[in-house]
Design a protein around this ligand. Structure first.
Ligand SMILES: *[C@@H]1O[C@H](CO)[C@@H](O)[C@H](O)[C@H]1NC(C)=O
Ligand SMILES: *[C@@H]1O[C@H](CO)[C@@H](O)[C@H](O)[C@H]1NC(C)=O
Ligand SMILES: *[C@@H]1O[C@H](CO)[C@@H](O)[C@H](O)[C@H]1NC(C)=O
Ligand SMILES: *[C@@H]1O[C@H](CO)[C@@H](O)[C@H](O)[C@H]1NC(C)=O
Length: 835
């Protein structure tokens, strides 16, 4: 009895103590959380490291840490010779030539580029001549730059003017009979090709075939005339030669050219296949400069071609064409350009954007065929002949391409799709550890990590960063210019999470778009060559849409990628995949989503790309305006749940493959560049570096160490100089978008003016990296690779190079031969070439 009572009282007391205890703990936790939330948002400041005033008259050693950082940053801007990579302006637009070398010669013994068998390439020549021609045509045919008069501006085209094919000169300079043939191309392969007709020996090429590829004389062709990819592995040189021979011969021309500017576009249709030197374009160019091609004295004097001057001249003469409001379906162009700092820049999509299925395909075919039938009637029945009606019904070249694609893909079952994209595949050897895969085979111009003659590893790293930065920049400028909806996905989205930059160790860029939008892209822009804003560089990108993008179910093995934005100078590309409705069974994880929707009587909006990535509408919509590497773009709505699903520890692990994320400078830095900062005993277990301990040290680095790090390595300093404005904006963005743990999204930002004011600052700045042409062809050869940061000079003025180029820019830095990220994209790419 007593015992029981005692026990009861005892338990009641324990219970009370517990309740009191947990209430208290709970209140403490609650307070902590509240405090965290307050700290989280109240710590928002737009102040950046370069805004500290550096006191005059003090020695560097006497400065505070913050002043030292500001000083170091300022120096990067001032000291253009030491920090040349930080200047991303076009520096060498002037091209000196002797006009006579490009005109047919009156003297038979004197060869010029118009008669030589070898090729000339310089993008400054090509772009100057084309811009001048297009300006002239616009002035005379379409001074208002009206979209309706698009077909009036027409230019010829040959890939050899636009891509550096001069590696072929090695062959083209030999007598025809001595040129290497198809056997040479396949002399060192991993396995015999399944497509022996991929290549024709020049000596066997018939007149008919020559005609088909647009050549009258065999002297202009290499001994191997490549019709398609052999789909096997070969050494680097042969793989480059394959692609270049194909571009010279069988590769079809783009349908149109689009020149990007900051305010709209200039466009031209492509007529036939011709090199500049085999047309009168250059002669006309000279005429317009008052140089008479028939006056020997005139044309034997050096002249300067400057594509940037031509571009500015065009801008002054004819307004670039803004996007037609009717083509801005989601008003993206309008939304991103609004001036009101409080306005939302989020983009609300319609579920119809994801509804692209057989019904829509049939409807488009029907519409095209009604027009085609009308045309036939108008053309064949003289009683109905009516030029105006013909003009109304005629299909333009993009429409015809689109119609053919629809018919073709409709005729092929999903099980029988041939591989659309072919990649450059390389045999690995002592000089090459890169198996290719990351380059389109036709435009392959050296693997990202292959040491060509005259290149060091560091050159390759810089080249790679330039290529990726410019790809991203040009895609999103094009997409915004044309009102095409897309957002970053997978690897780039994960790297966005960390610092709003691309990972230094990743070489994939993936974007997604709604399936109906993908079809719109292909209908209007398939086989369009997009040309970078010429005041920033000479990048050129081909939009190549797979024939099978009309199929929305799981790809059987290849064709998981729907479209590519290909850098034609290098073969590097952005992978574009469409997301939409389909006939596949959703994975189990969506069961509760489906049940929920069903019970509420709402439609199920579940989408898939052809690689089996599933998403529901709410995870995507609304798209949020953001930036990656200084490029304004969109990210999906529920970015955290997507990342946490795709990468288990992707947003929590500060270490990846030799790199650590360093919060004090918001960059991923290689381990070996950090070890000197810390005491070995603090991070080593025996001889091994303990990643957890090292991570802890990196996470808690103080300002002393930050200064030490920036003083230690020129590359890191330049990178910080180029990126710190962007990464600090991203830091603010994360605070506004995510909860204090930084792991969960605050979903409703509709009425958050702080957030809208932040996004109003997202504007395309200067490029973060140098123009590829300047770097590869000119500046790379001028500078040594000396890395240490020059001794700080104290208060005296540094040599002022006048390259001070404030904001963004280039760099180099980083890199291992780590091929892919935590993604399985490479697997997919591999499958693509599996034949
Ligand atoms: C933006 O919103 C803030 C707070 O809601 C308001 O104080 C400010 O006047 C607004 N600014 C403009 C330009 O509308
Ligand atoms: C894009 O153009 C290429 C080349 O003409 C063609 O093979 C392909 O089918 C086109 N894609 C679509 C979606 O029409
Ligand atoms: C540097 O720029 C200033 C102002 O922009 C100019 O006056 C000066 O001549 C330039 N110096 C050199 C060396 O080009
Ligand atoms: C540098 O930036 C300042 C302020 O943003 C600007 O006034 C100045 O013109 C810029 N200088 C150069 C060389 O771009």
């Amino acid at each position: 009895m007593i015992n029981t009572r005692f026990v009861k009282i005892f338990f009641v007391i324990i219970l009370v103590i517990n309740v009191l205890y947990f209430t208290r703990i709970y209140t403490i936790e609650e307070t902590k959380l509240k405090q965290a939330a307050i700290n989280h948002v109240s710590s928002i400041t737009y102040f950046t490291d370069d805004q500290i005033t550096i006191p005059q008259g003090k020695k560097y050693e006497e400065l505070s840490n913050k002043e030292k950082v500001a000083y170091l940053l300022e120096n990067v801007g001032k000291d253009g010779s030491n920090y040349w990579l930080a200047n991303t302006n076009l520096l060498e637009p002037n091209l000196k030539i002797n006009p006579a070398d490009f005109l047919p010669s009156s003297n038979e013994n004197q060869e010029t580029w118009a008669t030589k068998s070898t090729l000339y390439y310089d993008p400054r020549f090509t772009i100057s001549v084309y811009l001048n021609e297009i300006k002239h045509q616009l002035m005379t045919q379409n001074p208002q730059n009206d979209k309706a008069l698009n077909s009036k501006i027409v230019v010829p085209f040959s890939w050899s003017d636009w891509v550096d094919l001069t590696l072929l000169n090695e062959e083209l300079s030999k007598p025809i009979d001595d040129r290497a043939n198809c056997e040479w191309l396949q002399s060192k392969i991993n396995k015999p090709t399944k497509y022996p007709n991929f290549c024709h020996n020049l000596k066997d090429l018939s007149e008919v075939e020559m005609d088909k590829i647009g050549f009258k004389d065999k002297k202009y062709l290499p001994g191997f005339v490549v019709e398609s990819s052999p789909m096997n592995k070969a050494p680097h040189k042969q793989v480059m030669m394959q692609g270049k021979s194909h571009l010279l011969t069988y590769q079809e021309n783009p349908l149109s050219l689009i020149f990007l500017t900051k305010l709209g576009t200039y466009e031209a249709q492509i007529s036939d296949k011709q090199r500049i030197v085999h047309t009168e374009m250059f002669e006309h160019y000279l005429e317009r400069k008052n140089i008479n091609a028939n006056h020997l004295e005139d044309i034997n004097n050096e002249i300067i071609l400057n594509p940037v001057d031509e571009f500015n001249d065009l801008l002054k003469t004819i307004h670039p064409r803004p996007l037609d409001l009717n083509d801005d379906i989601y008003k993206m162009n309008l939304i991103t350009r609004q001036k009101d700092i409080n306005a939302s820049r989020e983009l609300y999509l319609d579920t119809e954007a994801f509804n692209y299925q057989q019904e829509q395909i049939d409807e488009q075919i029907r519409d095209y065929e009604i027009r085609l039938n009308k045309l036939e009637e108008l053309m064949t029945n003289e009683l109905h002949y009516d030029p105006k009606e013909i003009e109304i019904n005629a299909l333009n070249r993009h429409e015809l391409n689109h119609y053919n694609g629809l018919k073709y893909s409709n005729s092929i079952s999903i099980n029988d799709e041939p591989t659309y994209y072919k990649l450059a595949t390389l045999i690995k050897d002592s000089t090459n550890q890169d198996a290719g895969w990351h380059n389109e085979w036709r435009f392959f111009n050296g693997a990202l990590r292959y040491l060509k003659d005259g290149y060091s590893m560091k050159h390759l790293e810089i080249r790679e960063q330039i290529i990726l930065d410019r790809l991203l920049r040009n895609w999103f400028r094009f997409a915004e210019e044309k009102g095409i909806i897309s957002w970053i996905a997978h690897g780039p989205l994960l790297s966005w999470y960390w610092d709003g930059l691309m990972f230094p160790f990743d070489i994939d860029i993936d974007i997604q778009m709604p399936s109906a939008e993908l079809n719109r892209l292909s209908a209007n822009y398939n086989m369009t060559l997009v040309i970078e804003d010429i005041s920033e560089g000479y990048g050129k990108y081909l939009i190549d849409c797979s024939s099978f993008l009309h199929h929305r179910d799981k790809a059987r093995q290849d064709n998981v990628i729907d479209a590519r934005f290909i850098d034609i100078d290098t073969g590097t590309y952005i992978d574009i995949t469409g997301l939409g409705k389909n006939n596949e069974k959703p994975p189990d994880e969506f069961d509760s989503y489906i049940r929920n929707k069903n019970s509420q009587g709402e439609p199920i909006e579940l989408y898939m790309d052809r690689r089996k990535h599933w998403l529901n509408f709410e995870k995507i919509n609304p798209l949020r305006y953001s930036m990656l590497g200084g490029v304004p773009l969109y990210i999906p709505n529920d970015v955290m749940s997507m990342l946490n699903h795709e990468y288990t520890q992707g947003t929590t692990l500060y270490y990846f493959d030799g790199y650590y994320y360093v919060p004090s400078i918001r960059l991923w830095i290689q381990q070996e560049k950090l070890t000197f900062l810390f005491d070995e005993k603090d991070y080593k277990d025996g001889n091994e570096i303990n990643v957890d301990k090292f991570t802890q040290l990196v996470k808690t680095m103080n300002d002393d160490l930050k200064v030490k790090l920036l003083e230690s390595d020129k590359d890191i300093l330049i990178e910080y100089y180029l990126t710190h404005h962007y990464t600090s904006l991203h830091e603010i963005e994360k605070k506004l978008m995510l909860d204090p743990s930084l792991q969960h999204l605050i979903l409703d930002l509709k009425h958050n003016t702080d957030y809208h004011q932040l996004t109003s600052k997202f504007k395309m700045g200067k490029p973060l990296r140098k123009p590829l042409f300047d770097y590869e062809y000119i500046e790379r050869l001028r500078h040594d690779e000396h890395n240490p940061v020059p001794e700080p000079q104290t208060e005296t003025e540094n040599q002022n190079d006048n390259q001070s180029n404030n904001d963004t820019n280039d760099n180099k830095n980083d890199n291992k031969d780590n091929q892919d990220n935590k993604d399985n994209i490479k697997e997919d790419n591999k499958n693509e070439n599996k034949n």
